[in-house]
Design a binder for this molecule. Structure first.
Ligand SMILES: Cc1cc2nc3c(=O)[nH]c(=O)nc-3n(C[C@H](O)[C@H](O)[C@H](O)COP(=O)(O)OP(=O)(O)OC[C@H]3O[C@@H](n4cnc5c(N)ncnc54)[C@H](O)[C@@H]3O)c2cc1C
Length: 378
């Protein structure tokens, strides 16, 4: 066993960290308060090769690995989970299935331009009545001459208000089994899709949308995989992305910890830094231990993705621990800040709001437990 990061991995971390500090950090406060994503960041990410990290060079990617992908996520989230969330919905959920199951034409039209950041992607699976239970999905796709007509609704879709295309899940026939869920590549704007921007408490600058779909035409060549569904691809994509968002959670936890440690060193109460109080020091000790545990789960998961041995229950265990760690650590960071923790001037309140999204999004903590428990019973 070798737990060290290679020099290439360390270089990925250094380059991403420098970019985040110089180009993302100055935008974070304004983007969070305006709840608008600065779209120009996507082509910049593309120029730097940050959008195609885990995809092979032959397909237009950077030819690195999942460990590098997780390092980039961690560093992006350290600075802003809002930016990292939009990056993730684009680079993984919105295009991974196209890379995995798309035709050469679909890859040329959608996957490659997404890697350059010229086209922004999103993934529209969740619905008002199908969040945790995706098999309850209701959006319908009726076959018509030359394509399909879609009707239904999607809720809480990252990037929907700024996307150039969405990978949208729908059923082609109600008679098919619940798992028969197909993916359509829907170019935007589409007159059949009405997209509303939603105001949020967490990851505010990552734009999230609600979509009303009425008689939206999608041509035949925008169906991904067969008309009887791409369910195994969806599950595989979600499992890998659970490792990915766990790296995001790790980045948030580290940011909250560093802010709390810095504050505890400089904040004087009764003539001494609060770090000298055992209660504060122990809290920080617990936080650092939890972060260390989450870190090795995340990178073990990435290592397994790279070897093709990740299973759904392992991905869920990692996501459960990493997301709960981010929530706990960021809450503790607020407490260590005292009143300052509630002030916008300090980042810990934002980090906590952002961390809460990750015990819900990408499958709630309860759903992760269900997946783990099912595997125990196999
Ligand atoms: C900011 C944000 C961005 C998002 N981005 C996307 C996106 O880009 N694409 C996309 O498709 N979706 C996206 N989502 C949706 C997200 O995946 C869902 O919110 C999530 O799966 C939960 O679904 P729900 O909100 O309908 O909650 P519900 O399913 O209504 O759950 C409510 C509560 O009931 C619990 N519960 C439900 N079923 C069970 C069960 N079987 N056992 C135990 N407990 C259960 C849940 O854990 C939760 O506590 C996003 C969500 C958020 C908040």
């Amino acid at each position: 066993m070798d737990f060290s990061f290679s020099s290439e991995h360390q270089q990925v971390r250094e380059t991403t960290r420098r970019f985040c500090q110089t180009e993302i950090a100055p935008l974070v406060r304004q983007a969070d308060e305006s709840e608008r994503f600065p779209r120009q960041i996507f082509p910049r990410w593309g120029e730097l090769g940050l959008l195609g990290v885990r995809y092979p060079e032959a397909d237009g990617g950077s030819g690195l690995d999942k460990i590098s992908d997780c390092i980039i996520r961690e560093e992006l989230s350290y600075v802003s989970q809002g930016f990292a969330a939009s990056w993730s919905a684009h680079t993984h959920l919105g295009i991974w299935p196209i890379w995995r199951a798309g035709t050469p034409e679909q890859k040329e039209r959608f996957f490659r331009p997404a890697l350059t950041g010229r086209r922004i992607a999103g993934f529209a699976l969740s619905e008002p009545e199908a969040g945790s239970n995706i098999r309850a999905l209701k959006t319908r796709a009726r076959k018509v001459a030359g394509g399909y007509r879609l009707d239904g609704a999607k809720l809480y879709i990252t990037n929907a208000p700024i996307a150039d295309f969405l990978l949208l899940a729908a059923r082609t026939a109600p008679a098919l089994k619940p798992e028969a869920i197909s993916l359509f590549i829907v170019e935007l704007p589409n007159p059949g899709l009405d997209i509303r921007h939603l105001d949020k408490e967490g990851i505010r600058c990552s734009e999230t949308g609600m979509i009303h779909i009425a008689d939206a035409f999608v041509p035949d060549d925008c169906l991904l995989g067969g008309h009887e569904g791409t369910y195994p691809i969806i599950l595989e994509s979600l499992a890998e992305n659970r490792v990915g968002v766990s790296a995001n959670a790790l980045g948030m936890a580290r940011a909250a910890f560093d802010a709390a440690l810095g504050f505890a060193r400089q904040r004087q109460v009764a003539g001494q830094p609060i770090l000298k109080y055992q209660a504060i020091a122990h809290r920080l000790a617990d936080m650092s231990a939890e972060i260390e545990a989450a870190k090795w789960m995340v990178y073990h998961g990435a290592w397994r993705v790279d070897r093709g041995t990740l299973d759904a229950a392992t991905a869920s265990r990692i996501k459960l621990i990493a997301s709960e760690t981010a929530v706990r650590v960021s809450e503790q960071a607020i407490r260590i800040h005292g009143g300052a923790g509630i002030m916008r001037e300090y980042p810990v309140g934002r980090i906590h709001r952002d961390a809460l999204v990750y015990v819900i999004g990408e499958g709630t903590a309860e759903i992760q437990r269900n997946i783990i428990a099912r595997a125990l019973d196999d």
